[in-house]
Design a protein around this ligand. Structure first.
Ligand code: ZN
Length: 154
C-alpha cells in the first residue's frame, strides 16, 4: 500500500480562536515574544527565523479525546500566516530527528519509532503500511512536544 499522506499543523479554526481570544483553549494568555530563531511553528509548519512574532500556547492535537489526547506546548505565529502544504512533508522539519507515534482510529497508541534526520517520510510510509494505523504524530525526541499530525488522504 502506497498511501498518500496528509500533513496537518494546528487546525486553522483553533488558530483563529486562539488569536482572537488572546488565550489558548486551556486559558493561558497569549504572550507575544520575538523568536530567537529555530522555534518549530505549528501554524505554518516552518522553523522560525530570528525576530518573528510568536507565542507559546497549549494545544491538544488529538481531536478524538481519550487518555492519549495530550495537551502540550506549541509555538505559533501571533498573526495570520500561510497554511502549510498538506500534501508534502514539511521541508523545514526534514532534517530533524523525530519521534513518530502512531495511533489507531480509537486513539490508542501503537508502536512508534525514532526517525533520524532525513528519514521521516520513509518511516511514515512504512508505519502507514499497517492498516491499523490511523494517524501518526510527529514529535520532538527529547521534549516530546507535538510537531504535526499525519493521516491518510481522503
Ligand atoms: Zn505560522
Amino acid at each position: 500500500m502506497n498511501a498518500e499522506l496528509r500533513y496537518e499543523g494546528v487546525q486553522s479554526s483553533t488558530l483563529d480562536r486562539i488569536r482572537c481570544n488572546r488565550h489558548d483553549d486551556s486559558g493561558n494568555a497569549v504572550v507575544p515574544r520575538r523568536s530567537g530563531g529555530g522555534e518549530p511553528l505549528r501554524c505554518c509548519l516552518t522553523i522560525a527565523g530570528a525576530g518573528e512574532n510568536i507565542a507559546l500556547v497549549a494545544y491538544r492535537p488529538m481531536t478524538a479525546g481519550g487518555p492519549y489526547a495530550e495537551v502540550g506546548p506549541v509555538f505559533i505565529h501571533t498573526a495570520d500566516c500561510a497554511a502549510p502544504d498538506a500534501g508534502s512533508f514539511p521541508i523545514d522539519f526534514r532534517d530533524r530527528r523525530a519521534a513518530l507515534r502512531p495511533y489507531d482510529a480509537d486513539g490508542q497508541m501503537l508502536d512508534g519509532v525514532v526517525a533520524d534526520p532525513g528519514t521521516g517520510e520513509v518511516e511514515l510510509k512504512r508505519l502507514f503500511e499497517d492498516p491499523a494505523v490511523d494517524t501518526v504524530q510527529v514529535r520532538n525526541v527529547v521534549a516530546g512536544c507535538w510537531n504535526f499530525t499525519v493521516r491518510r488522504q481522503g
